[in-house]
Design a protein around this ligand. Sequence first.
Ligand SMILES: Nc1ncnc2c1ncn2[C@@H]1O[C@H](COP(=O)(O)OP(=O)(O)OP(=O)(O)O)[C@@H](O)[C@H]1O
Ligand SMILES: [Mg+2]
Length: 235
Amino acid sequence: MSERREEAILKFSSIVAGYGDTMVLKGINGEVAAGSVLGVFGSNGVGKSTLMRALTGVIQPASGKVTVNGSELGKVPSHQRRRLGVSYAPQERVVFDNLSVSDNLTLGFRSRSLEAYDDLFRVFPRLKERLFQPAGKLSGGEKKLLSFARIIAERSPLTLIDEPSEGVQHENLERMASIIRARIAEGAAFVVVEQNLTFLTSIADHLIGLDHGEVVLSGDSVDMSRDRLEAVLAV
Ligand SMILES: Nc1ncnc2c1ncn2[C@@H]1O[C@H](COP(=O)(O)OP(=O)(O)OP(=O)(O)O)[C@@H](O)[C@H]1O
Ligand SMILES: [Mg+2]
């Protein structure tokens, strides 16, 4: 690991956010540099997905600041946010069930042909086999792979993925992890929400553990014992 600290591509400070009058996040800070992964973990309902929504502008934080490459997210009109180079794969609504796998991979992108997925099809041959079936017929884990392939092919400088491992079998998790590590080596940055600690610690450089909308553990993942991580989930 290099001594020099990279300038953060994403910074967030004092994020307070929620729904209506109910604040879920009570002041969250963090950052992620190019070429690194920030892992976010915590039990069900602690606010992980809410944090992802606040960081991508899907919900407007009540207070606090999100900065992407020096631009304050709240000040960038939503139609211009794509230019910031941020991709987001939400936990739910992962694919369009009525569209074929192929259309899920290509529609909505100005110049995206299936060739962009050659590498990913080699890693996940199941997706290629099912290209012309409706995505709705895929299993939950296969839908997660489809969503993962789609977001990875965007090759964004910053990618946020909410629980990619849900329902995905072990060997495909290892493949996801190596794809993320390869993108990291090219300088991409990721924020990954996960409850699977084995998967998360295999990719994350830094970790933040959430409980009831607050950061209860934060630091470099090499410094964190499994016991400390599991204690956050056991609350
Ligand atoms: N759209 C919404 N409207 C109102 N409340 C919401 C909404 N989404 C989430 N919440 C509430 O906010 C809190 C945090 O939810 P969130 O989805 O951020 O948790 P999470 O950590 O992602 O949980 P999980 O591990 O189950 O995905 C919960 O109490 C939840 O009920
Ligand atoms: Mg969630």
